[in-house]
Design a protein around this ligand. Structure first.
Ligand SMILES: *[C@@H]1O[C@H](CO)[C@@H](O)[C@H](O)[C@H]1NC(C)=O
Length: 344
């Protein structure tokens, strides 16, 4: 998993998995009876997610991982006591190590938020719940695929939000422009990056073009500088939310969608399928997502509403509700450690 050293990354790239040379030989499928049902389930899952393996060795290896994941997910759901469920999703044939190594590439500078100013510092009254989707400030859930550029999706979602709030127009903006063009500093396309550096870059080139104009491809590419003439939205800069206080984070999220870094490396996060996520997770920030609201669940548990970029088959149609106001000042999975937002 992406270790949060100084340049620990948060978004992963899965490519290597499919090129691995496997050492064991193809085995004929004489499976125990319970395995044949599982084998069928794997086949159905492969069809559902369009998964194709390069040979029978690869398929055998992936089947074993699938089987282990299914067993662990079933055991989790059967055991009582958690307010959320796990489910088989598109990541079901990946080990947790492969999953975190390929997808989570936030280049976390741990606790390095040194906010010069925080425009919401004097906010005293906030609504008891907020859902920026209902305010029309959130575009449909996107899918970063096998490219570790969560940082771009997180920054773009926050920018789409402030742009709608200030102009009244919800415009889906281009992550690929960031992946291809923002390559001078810490941001390295599919190898990872930082939301703050993305905001800095967007400010420098005076905006971003639309998703339609510069569509997502999910691989590193050459910057198409012609597109910079077509910028559809701008920002003036960005601010960091002072770290390690969910109360302070709330003041920001009450006013606009906010980029947050979290530790998304755990098995439970990989297979989260719904409910209010309460962990387990650490605070090794390795993934960039966007807080687009907050609220209180039926059982009284407070949560953050978080937009992810793993498509709509993960979580609650691509979203996760993460427990809010936990005992640790860092917030669950470190959500209050490195939050920031663009300014209009
Ligand atoms: C918050 O209030 C203090 C004291 O009145 C003031 O100095 C500061 O500028 C205010 N901050 C913002 C962002 O408005």
């Amino acid at each position: 998993m992406a270790v949060a050293n100084q340049h620990g990354c948060l978004c992963l790239a899965l490519i290597f998995i499919f090129g691995t040379n496997l050492v064991f030989q193809a085995t004929s499928r004489t499976l125990p009876i319970q395995d044949s049902a599982m084998y069928e389930r794997h086949e159905q899952w492969m069809a559902q997610y369009g998964r194709v393996y390069k040979d029978s060795n690869d398929k055998e290896k992936r089947f074993k991982i699938f089987k282990e994941n299914v067993a662990r997910i079933d055991a989790f759901n059967t055991a009582n006591g958690k307010p959320y469920k796990l489910g088989i999703n598109q990541f079901a044939d990946l080990t947790n190590e492969e999953f975190t190594a390929s997808r989570n590439r936030f280049k976390g500078h741990m606790c390095s938020n040194t906010a010069a100013s925080f425009k919401y510092e004097n906010v005293t009254a906030v609504p008891s719940a907020m859902d920026w989707r209902q305010k029309g400030a959130v575009t449909p859930v996107k899918d970063q695929g096998q490219c570790g550029c969560c940082w771009a999706f997180s920054a773009v979602a926050a920018m789409e939000g402030i742009n709608m709030i200030t102009t009244g127009k919800l415009i889906s903006l281009s992550e690929q422009e960031l992946v291809d063009c923002d390559t001078k500093g810490e941001d390295q396309g599919c190898q990872g990056g930082l939301m703050d550096d993305a905001f800095k870059f967007i400010q420098k080139i005076q905006g971003l073009t639309t998703e339609t104009d510069y569509p997502y491809r999910g691989v590193d590419g050459t910057c198409n500088t012609n597109k910079e003439a077509n910028h559809a939205a701008k920002i003036n800069g960005y601010e960091d939310v002072p770290a390690n206080s969910e109360t302070v984070l709330l003041k920001a999220v009450a006013n606009q969608p906010v980029s947050v870094a979290i530790d998304a490396g755990g098995f439970e996060f990989q297979f989260y399928s719904g409910g209010i996520f309460t962990g387990a997770c650490e605070t090794q920030l390795d993934h960039g997502v966007t807080a687009v609201g907050y609220g209180v669940g039926d059982d009284g548990t407070k949560y953050w509403l978080v937009k992810n970029s793993w498509g709509t088959s993960w979580g609650e149609k691509g979203y996760i509700r993460m427990q809010r106001d936990v005992d640790a000042k860092e917030g669950l999975c470190g959500i209050a450690m490195a939050a920031s937002y663009p300014t209009a």
